[in-house]
Design a protein around this ligand. Structure first.
Ligand code: PEP
Ligand code: MG
Length: 598
């Protein structure tokens, strides 16, 4: 990167062309600053490219005349001209989809070719021809024709739902072309850009070209929005929930600082230099390998969250020091019958054998509940399932009706661990209080697991267990692992499945941090480990705060490990503690993040 010429600086985009030196721009307008929730730590600069919006429904009624040629005998609403415009719009959409497919390659190219062929369907062409002949404008004829096809396809049921969405997408694009406005969807650019959108849908993001998209900025969404999850997985810095940012015009140069959660329009050279220098230091630190530690040597185990053996290679490639959360229920979501002892031994052993003797693998026992129903664990009808029988409760309720399933699982873990290299730990989800934890330890001990060695623990996912982690750890429980996804849900009384309360699902909230601190302090006092295995561990800045709160292992999606390793390596334990003190003293999640990053 040239001196003072910031560009994309993340380790995931090393050969990115530098294109964002704004230092010689004359007449710089006043800066505009927008604040949101940052994802990642990088700071990048580049021009804004806005996501195209769906065009409004074209007006009903006859086609307007050509105002530029009022004397033309074909006016008003020349059907021939409207027909040609409509067919040209469909052809342009087909060509655009093919060009995008060629650029993306692979399976995406096949999907987009199929969509392009839909746009060229002769029946659609007949439909718009008939409607323009009847006097409709090109845009209206396209709209009505596609609406009719939409209804026909939709009537065929769920199976055709994907095709209906494809059809609607083509209609929106063709109406836009016929109306002379930009097509909705991802902008087409040959140069790198900062993608600006209200929010991003999965279908939009599947086509993102990582070489061109410097950063994502959205006006809506929170830290657990699809955009944030995707940005984290792809290693693209993002600022989500930046209210007002849609006011920025296409092409406006912006500085996106994910660590600070800010978007600055028309930034000064000095601001860009400072942000990018800090970001480069973080990227260099992220490029390091080896075990997790702070810059002054406090060990923080960096572990992977996995759902089965297929996730092990990615965890190893990321340098995970083991597994901090093996979500075993993911293996059995489609099973009608409880998995057999033998089947479980086989699959657990497959996972364990991926790791060496210096690794730890933490198996979470089946986490059944309304959000992850297991057909073979009957739970009964519940009016308020997030607060119902789930996690460990599912195996203790109903007079222990489901207990045999848990017992078989623990025996299978014991059997598979017996002949495997890594240290195998087990933990139960959704434990609220000491008696539940002791019940689990008893059952695990009866199944041959080494409770005395501290390998049987619980997940802290409710305020109750966070606040009573002291008494729980004074018992037989060997460790606690904080499930910050559920801990946030239950602290904020905000259903994690409900988009309407998504912004409250923010683990940066000081109330959540204080609960993490309570469990961390309890772990330190008892001399037993406290870790985090929720999404919070994957946020590099928050990871430092968690360490400052006493957490000594962080388990996350493997793709997040490098950045978290880098963020820890750039700070001493004292600095992490100071960040934690500032964050827990804040009033809101947003303030906590800002205070930690200051
Ligand atoms: C959590 O709640 O943070 C957690 C790790 O468990 P899950 O997301 O599987 O509920
Ligand atoms: Mg959970």
């Amino acid at each position: 990167m040239a001196d003072g010429a910031p560009g994309r600086d993340g380790p995931d985009n090393p050969d990115h062309p530098d294109h964002s030196d704004c230092s010689d721009r004359p007449d710089r307008p006043a800066q505009d600053r927008y604040e949101g929730v940052g994802v990642g730590t990088a700071a990048v600069a580049g021009p804004v490219a806005r996501m195209g919006q769906a065009p409004p429904e074209p007006a009903a009624g006859p086609a307007p005349g050509d105002p530029g040629d009022p004397g033309d005998p074909g006016d008003p609403g020349d059907p021939g001209r409207e027909r040609a415009a409509a067919l040209a719009a469909l052809a342009a959409v087909a060509a655009d989809l093919r060009a995008r497919g060629t650029a993306a390659g692979g399976a995406t190219a096949d999907v987009l070719e199929a969509q392009a062929m839909m746009a060229e369907d002769p029946e659609l062409a007949d439909g718009v021809t008939g409607r323009t002949a009847a006097g409709l404008s090109a845009a209206r004829a396209i709209h009505e024709t596609f609406a009719e096809f939409h209804d026909t396809l939709a009537a065929l049921g769920d199976y055709m739902a994907g095709r209906v969405a494809d059809l609607d997408d083509i209609a929106a694009r063709a109406v836009a072309v016929a109306s002379g406005v930009p097509m909705p969807g991802l902008p087409r650019r040959d140069e790198p850009y900062v993608l600006l959108a209200a929010d991003l849908a999965p279908a939009d993001t599947a086509l993102l070209d990582r070489r061109l998209v410097l950063a994502l900025v959205t006006a809506e969404g929170g830290p657990t929005s699809h955009t944030a999850i995707l940005a984290r997985a792809m290693g693209i810095p993002a600022v989500v929930g930046a209210a007002g940012v849609l006011a920025l015009a296409d092409g406006t140069p912006v500085l996106v600082d994910a660590a600070a959660g800010t978007v600055v329009a028309n930034p000064s050279t000095e601001a860009m230099e400072a942000a990018v220098a800090r970001s480069c230091a973080a990227a260099a630190a992220a490029a390091r390998t080896g075990p997790g530690r702070t810059s002054d040597g406090t060990a923080v185990k960096l572990l992977a969250n996995i759902g089965g053996p297929e996730d092990v290679p990615e965890a190893l490639a990321a340098g995970a020091e083991g597994v901090g959360l093996f979500r075993t229920e993911f293996l059995y979501l489609d099973s009608d019958a409880p998995p057999s002892f033998e089947a479980q031994v086989k699959v657990y052993k497959e996972v364990f054998d991926g790791f060496g003797a210096d690794a730890r693998v933490v198996v979470r026992t089946l986490d059944a509940g309304a959000d992850k129903p297991l057909p073979f664990v009957p739970l009964g009808e519940e009016p308020n399932p997030a607060l119902g029988v789930r996690g460990l409760r599912a195996f203790r309720a109903f007079e222990g009706r489901n207990e045999a399933i848990l017992r078989t699982q623990l025996l299978a873990v014991r059997e598979a661990a017996g002949t495997s290299a890594p240290e195998v730990w087990v933990m139960a989800p959704m434990v609220d209080e000491l008696p539940e934890a002791e019940w689990f330890c008893d059952l695990a001990a009866a199944c041959g697991l080494d409770v005395a060695a501290g390998r049987v623990g619980i997940m802290v996912e409710t305020p109750a267990s966070a606040l009573t982690a002291g008494p729980i750890l004074a018992g037989r429980t060997g460790f606690v692992s904080l499930g910050t996804n559920d801990l946030t849900q239950y602290t904020m009384a905000a259903d994690r499945m409900l988009g309407a309360v998504g912004p409250l699902q923010d683990p940066w909230h000081p109330a959540v941090l204080k609960l993490v601190g309570a469990a961390g302090a309890a772990g330190a006092a008892a001399g037993k480990p406290a870790g985090v295995c929720g999404e919070a561990a994957a946020d590099p800045l928050l990871a430092c705060v968690l360490v400052g709160l006493g957490v000594r292992s962080l388990s996350m999606a493997p793709s997040a490990i490098a950045e978290v390793r880098g963020a820890l390596a750039a700070r001493t334990l004292k600095e992490c503690q100071a960040m934690a003190a500032r964050a827990t003293g804040a009033a809101t999640a947003r303030d906590a993040r800002r205070a930690a990053g200051a």
